[in-house]
Design a protein around this ligand. Structure first.
Ligand SMILES: O=C(O)C(=O)C[C@]1(C(=O)O)C=C[C@@H](O)C=C1
Length: 367
């Protein structure tokens, strides 16, 4: 597939503006974005003078040097000039992530990316306005790669979206359940259908995304393999649905994060959530102490994940080597709430590292 050849106008660099002209200059909007950005594109990130000359789209009175934070009401639909928001997702057309991008930003232009890293990079390099990426699933658990990438990149979480995931088994026309030997899908999707796939005795094969599996089966005309994917993917790639609702529990929900270059201004007018990441010294009760800063203030935690500190995964202490961790915590409060600010100030007193990944409205559509 052709490499996406988006040219980045220097006028949009360092200004905090949205990428209005970028989307207009694209060749094929449906082309999948690969990580291999051209050196010529990289060089274009250096020009500040053009942006200073031309001002920005929020009005000439705004200083182009000061990035304009997104506001809560900019979370959905359109950028301020009325053009469609370009939203990167991982996978090909028909992936659940595409549906999540469309739920998060109705009427958006969903832009497929090969890998999660590519979607992060596409936002950072102004090829798109936002990314929508999966972070956890109610059956399969966390998508660890995206936790690691949140830290490696400098994007902000500006929202979350929950999507009901209903998996189907898709095969070419004429293929029956009895004729199947293999099943292809994203590892998360395979994990969510563990019981059904074991009962059917199918050999699992992991691919990049669910819709990619459907596409491969259709394009190669495979007769011994099925894909775990959406009914939408069946329609797009002309496959037959041989089994429906094959996830291990009918309540199968994936939570996606909406990512942007700038944070939103947190509010108190609705339910907000804040995501942070921190590390601690080694020692008894350290994690207990860290979580107590929230418990003491009646702040509810909704998620906790620990990941290896990849830059420095082993810490020597008292002649022993300990694994070193980063702790990712989501809590139910806005950074505009004094109580949340106090909790983080308290945590800062003993955390060895602390970063706020975003403070954003809770998706209450599935509560
Ligand atoms: O493969 C897809 O369709 C995706 O959108 C990826 C993904 C994931 O990474 O969790 C998203 C939702 C489902 O949980 C299964 C797979």
């Amino acid at each position: 597939m052709a490499v996406h050849t988006v040219r980045l106008p220097a006028t949009h660099l360092h200004t905090g503006t949205t990428s209005r002209n970028i989307s207009k200059s694209n060749g094929n909007p449906n082309a999948i974005i690969r990580s291999s950005f051209r050196p010529s594109q990289r060089r274009r990130f250096t020009s500040l003078s053009a942006s200073l000359r031309e001002g920005n789209e929020h009005g000439k009175e705004d200083s182009p040097l000061l990035p304009k934070p997104l506001s809560s009401n900019q979370l959905a639909e359109t950028v301020s000039n009325g053009s469609r928001v370009r939203v990167a997702y991982q996978g090909v057309r028909g992936a659940y992530s595409e549906s999540a991008a469309e739920k998060a930003y109705p009427n958006c232009e969903a832009v497929p990316c090969e890998q999660f890293d590519t979607a992060f990079e596409a936002v950072e390099r102004w090829l798109v306005d936002r990314a929508v990426l999966p972070i956890e699933n109610s059956l399969g658990g966390s998508i660890h790669r995206n936790y690691d990438l949140l830290l490696r990149h400098n994007l902000h979480i500006v929202g979350e979206v929950k999507l009901a995931v209903r998996h189907c088994l898709l095969a070419n026309h004429g293929v029956t359940l009895d004729g199947l030997k293999r099943v292809l899908s994203h590892p998360q999707a395979l994990a969510q259908c563990e019981n059904t796939l074991t009962r059917l005795g199918l050999v699992r094969e992991a691919v990049d995304d669910t819709a990619g599996a459907a596409k491969l089966i259709a394009f190669e005309g495979l007769s011994d393999a099925a894909a775990v994917a959406s009914a939408k993917a069946a329609e797009i790639y002309g496959l037959n649905v041989v089994a429906e609702d094959i996830q291990d529990d009918s309540d199968n929900v994936t939570r996606f994060l909406m990512l942007a270059r700038e944070p939103i201004i947190p509010g108190t007018n609705r339910l907000f959530k804040t995501s942070i990441v921190f590390s601690l010294e080694e020692g008894p009760g350290m994690l207990f102490k860290a979580l107590a800063v929230f418990a003491l203030r009646q702040i509810n935690l909704t998620k906790m994940e620990s990941r290896p500190l990849r830059k420095n995964p082993l810490r020597a202490s008292g002649g022993l080597k300990y694994f070193d961790y980063l702790f990712y915590v989501d809590f139910e409060a806005s950074m505009a709430d004094e109580v949340a600010q106090n909790a983080l100030r308290h945590l800062e007193e003993f955390a060895t590292f602390l970063r706020v990944l975003g403070s954003y409205p809770v998706d209450t559509t599935m509560l």
